[in-house]
Design a protein around this ligand. Structure first.
Ligand code: GLN
Length: 289
């Protein structure tokens, strides 16, 4: 049996180049890169292997390779990331959705009725991945996503359209929920920027270079956005409303303290795929008559 020359050889060449810049898992990476460039399903890779690539396809592989060699994540090169089994397009103003954030969606869903129409709000919506995943699961609900970046809000709207959720969602540009009417929401979700500025150098290079600073850093200690949210959310939530937040793995106590000071109590804490604290659920303390 003769082994196909291309793209198996091409894959080896790419893997070697990727290894030279310290990209691990280089043989798989090479496969994903080639498949993305030629728009092929990775599972069909071997069967395509007998056909030589066209010049155009080779150019596309090379252009993707050059970007990956500078540590740009494949999701950004492709312009799309799957989250909650839905496709989300990215741009330079949106965070690349993380698998860990699916835990936040899973947690929030426990608090959203399957029948009653409810109003949801996502503060710092980015690609809209959290809000749109919730709306996909709860077609009777309506949601608003807010982002400081016009480009992010625009991208979230496009993602709503791409996922056929446009009728259920609106997006606004603004500082958290400042512009929104009081006591309007049954559930508020947020994955705010929470990385301490001083930890910048510890981040994976692809994150540090390509995720937008505005979506990553929450001030020197990483907690600044939680302070802002704890001030704003009581005004926006209905009295029985719920607030679901993503947190950094070591921020559960600090964020709980901040929210407790603003009249909330902790209902639940859930863990990410690696068993680390990742999500907090708060409710406003009922005022005693
Ligand atoms: N809500 C978006 C996400 O989870 C954006 C979060 C952010 O920009 N910090 O991906």
């Amino acid at each position: 049996m003769t082994l196909p020359a291309i793209p198996i050889d091409l894959r080896t060449v790419l893997a070697t180049r990727l290894e030279e810049v310290g990209i691990t898992n280089s043989f798989d990476e090479a496969k994903w890169l080639i498949c993305a460039a030629i728009n092929a399903d990775a599972s069909l890779f071997i069967s395509r292997g007998t056909e030589p690539l066209t010049d155009r396809q080779l150019q596309q592989v090379d252009s993707f390779l050059q970007r990956r060699l500078k540590h740009e994540p494949l999701s950004r090169i492709q312009g799309e990331r799957e989250f909650w089994s839905l496709p989300f397009q990215l741009n330079e103003d949106t965070l690349d959705p993380r698998a860990d954030s699916e835990v936040v969606v899973e947690t929030a869903l426990k608090y959203i009725s399957r029948e009653i129409p409810q109003m949801l709000l996502d503060l710092g919506t980015g690609t809209g991945c959290l809000l749109l995943s919730l709306l996909y699961e709860r077609p009777q609900c309506y949601g608003i996503g807010a982002d400081l970046s016009p480009k992010a809000a625009q991208q979230a709207l496009q993602n709503a359209q791409n996922n056929k959720l446009k009728k259920q969602a609106s997006f606004i540009i603004g500082c958290w929920g400042e512009a929104l009417k009081e006591k309007s929401f049954d559930l508020i979700i947020s994955n705010p920027p929470y990385i301490p500025l001083m930890n910048k150098e510890d981040l994976a290079i692809g994150v540090k270079l390509y995720d937008p600073d505005l979506a990553l850093y929450g001030g020197n200690d990483g907690l600044q956005c939680y302070i802002d949210l704890a001030k704003q959310i009581p005004r926006l939530l209905k009295s029985e409303g719920i607030c679901v937040l993503e947190i950094g793995y070591d921020q559960a106590d600090a964020v709980t303290n901040i929210f407790t000071k603003h009249g909330f109590f902790l209902l639940e804490k859930t863990l990410d795929l690696e068993g680390r604290d990742r999500c907090l659920v708060f409710k406003i303390e009922a005022i005693q008559p």
